[in-house]
Design a protein. Sequence first.
Length: 512
Amino acid sequence: MRRVFTAAIAALTVTTAGTLVTGAPGQADARPGKSRSVAVSAAPKPGSPGLGDPYFPDYGNGGYDVDHYDVRLRYEPATDRLSGTTTILATATQDLSRFNLDFLLDVESVRVNGWTARFAREGVHELVVTAPRGITTGQAMTVVVTYAGVPSETLVDGYSGWTRTVDGALAVNEPESAWWWFPSNDHPLDKATWDISVSVPDGVEVISNGVQPRPPLAEAGNRMRWGWRSTKPGATYLAFLAIGQYDIVTDTAPNGQPVINAYSTTLGDRKPAARASIERTAEVVDWESGIFGPYPFEAQGGVAAPIDSLSFALETQTRPVYGPGFWRRGSNLYVVVHENAHQWFGDSVSVADWSNIWLNEGFASYAEWLWSEAQGEGTTQELFDFTYANYPADDPFWQVLPGNPGAGAVFDDAVYDRGAMTLHQLRLAVGDDAFFRILPAWTAAHRYGNGTIAQFQALAEQISGLDLDPVFTTWLFTPGRPAPAAATRTTTAPAQPKSWTQIRAAHQLLAR
Ligand SMILES: [Zn+2]
């Protein structure tokens, strides 16, 4: 939901730092590989250090596709020391002489298909792995990385995406989060499933995505190992950890799925407001399923983060994490509606690259307007009118293009508010019948995949039979305050919808 970094990171990561080579170079080179093919192919090449994202070119890596992460960790809340092993199951998509992972902590060893591999650090977050044997297109790769570090003290641009809390830690951030706790192909284009287990001192809780395949297991040294499983493909930034003192509430949703909510015990008098919001998750998901299509994941829930921790919320897969600020003035359903709408728009259907962020934030924000309408707290038209009037024509807000905001403005107000206004204009253009067919058609067509704004426009045009270029160009890609459609123009100052205060309160924490 909210990127804490500045765009400086994109520039920073382009620089190449000194190279540190450890491991056991050459150890296995003498052993002949199996002759696998008589076909003559080009020499293996390095996998690219990025996936070409226009905003974050070196995020993710080329040359392989991850199927699954097995993240097995040990954490000490007292010192913030994190150690462990991540096993990556991947498939090579080219003949590889070497490949990259995105990761920041100190690496002790890397093995590829059982063989010790050389590794080196390049730039800010690139771990370059050279396997002793060549890797060929289509070959299964099992990459085992052993590592340790203190994530809160591992800084990039003076910043850590790992939040140390009063009683533990949170790994919750967008788009950079995994760098601080597991090596990965860190871009939404490479989705995978994952198993996460963490050993902590007895009495500490560990919350993560998905379901618990087993209860926590006792380990030597008065410790417990918690385990979580995500069975649907997810983008790496949507994996999370919440470690600390939590009260866990479990139930069954109307669709039969497990609901697992967790509340930091540090919330004090904010805890009832957090519960009054997050305990309605299953109701919200049920309502959203009726509009967006079947809920795409295996479990539901939410996590109320500790006091003095996150200043935002994030749509972590199956279980959004909410900062304590949302409950300062009481309950707030709108942030729950927003984060759970992201389960369809952002999590199941992810951006193909980060310039398409409107597909996440515009839709999650419009979900709030739809909820307001359903609750009788202000119609979508009233919210459009009031939001439109809230930003004067000379406000810099209108200079940010929701359809291509730039790396430094991915979470700008415009992406949210003008983003929601765009969907309202689309709805007016195509009519309710087509609009409410477009939304579930989109989530079905790109389920567990990726999408672009151009693809969404094409689908909307296909379903409505209309040329929608004027709507998309005007509202997403043209600076300045557009004239609203004649039918929606208001001549008097619009009244403030009842839901406005809560929506504002949520957006002040979600957008920048
Ligand atoms: Zn959002």
